[in-house]
Design a protein around this ligand. Structure first.
Ligand SMILES: Nc1ncnc2c1ncn2[C@@H]1O[C@H](COP(=O)(O)OP(=O)(O)OP(=O)(O)O)[C@@H](O)[C@H]1O
Ligand SMILES: [Mg+2]
Length: 324
């Protein structure tokens, strides 16, 4: 927790919330051309919200994700469990391409996120991510933390429209009377974008009972409050899916409940979510499907009653005997 407090800027949060230039840290497969027959470039299920095909991630010689093919449909609440180092976080980070897959594909609503032609920032806007260490910007108050990304994205879109209209106007000067191109409608103003973001943030803060903390700085809040604000910050982008990476494991025990309660509320409202967790009771209660990962593979999965009640895989049995 101390580490997170000391960071003035959080690269993870920055990457998750704000548009980024796509940086390729290593060679990834060229998505337009299938390298082998087993590598499709279309999702197998157009209705899946998230789909991975032959997802593989290697760090040097270390194979962290080993040819995983899986899909997650709207409304599912998937809990990922497994021993430390089994690849859970890497799998989650590959889902929104915070980590570039070494091989394979990730589709979000049918869009291939590994295709360098796909604007990853536009796709990521609809994928909320919450980390273990909150990753709030400690140099900004709570309200600014929540409104930063929506305002940035709103202004960016507005600028794009204005820029397009500017060039259309210029090219229209050289067009005949009946050949002039129509301008794009400008439906909002910078002031409105900021006001809407603030109103939305305040509505979300009221919902979690923290409206009075809008002008407080993260360092003055408890871990539970900070994590709930991190969740609200992700919600402010109106995501279609929420990805949680052990959202309660950095919290003092008495604060775990309030964060799980908020996540459960979101689940009850129908939010699609993937949550890496060590809270087995929570996974059993909230998840519609539990995946057990070991050695970079999903070695068993199913409804919580089966995974916890009648595990088949020996490694899962061993894991459960240690954590339950
Ligand atoms: N950036 C990296 N560079 C090199 N190795 C990495 C990197 N990120 C993860 N790994 C390695 O990949 C493996 C899987 O890591 P990952 O964080 O996905 O595991 P995990 O299942 O989330 O574990 P935990 O429960 O401890 O969080 C580990 O052996 C880890 O050391
Ligand atoms: Mg992890």
């Amino acid at each position: 927790m101390k580490d997170a407090e000391q960071k003035s800027l959080c690269p993870e949060a920055e990457k998750a919330q704000l548009p980024q230039k796509r940086v390729q840290t290593e060679k990834v497969s060229a998505p337009k051309f299938a390298k082998s027959e087993k590598t499709p470039v279309e999702p197998t299920d157009p209705n899946a919200m998230l789909e991975v095909q032959h997802l593989t991630k290697r760090f040097g010689q270390l194979v962290v994700l080993d040819d995983i093919s899986e899909k997650i449909v709207q409304g599912e609440k998937v809990a990922i469990i497994g021993p430390s180092g089994s690849g859970k976080s890497t799998f989650l980070r590959c889902l929104n391409v915070l980590e570039d897959p070494t091989d394979g594909y990730v589709f979000f609503e049918g869009n291939n996120l590994c295709d360098l032609k796909v604007d990853i920032n536009i796709q990521r806007r609809r994928m909320g991510m919450v980390f273990q260490q909150f990753n709030l910007f400690n140099n900004m108050n709570v309200l600014k933390n929540i409104t930063l990304a929506p305002v940035h994205v709103g202004l960016q879109d507005l600028r794009k429209i204005k820029r397009k209209n500017f060039f259309t106007k210029i090219s229209n000067l050289f067009r005949g009377k009946n050949k002039k191109r129509a301008l794009l409608p400008v439906e909002t103003t910078a002031k409105e974008i900021r006001e809407n973001a603030v109103n939305n943030a305040m509505r979300l803060l009221e919902r979690i009972g923290l409206a009075d903390k809008a002008s407080a700085y993260p360092s003055t809040l408890s871990g539970g409050q900070r994590q709930r604000i991190a969740i609200v910050r992700a919600l402010a982008m109106n995501p279609k899916v929420m990805l949680f990476d052990e959202p309660t494991s950095a919290l003092d025990p008495e604060m775990v409940g309030e964060v799980l309660e908020l996540i459960k509320e979101l689940a009850d409202e129908g939010m699609t979510m993937v949550i890496v967790t060590h809270e087995m009771g929570f996974a059993r209660e909230v998840a519609t499907r539990v995946m057990f990962m070991d050695g970079g593979k999903i070695v068993e999965q199913g409804p919580p009653s089966e995974v916890f009640g009648a595990p088949k895989n020996e490694r899962l049995k061993d894991f459960l005997s240690k954590v339950l």
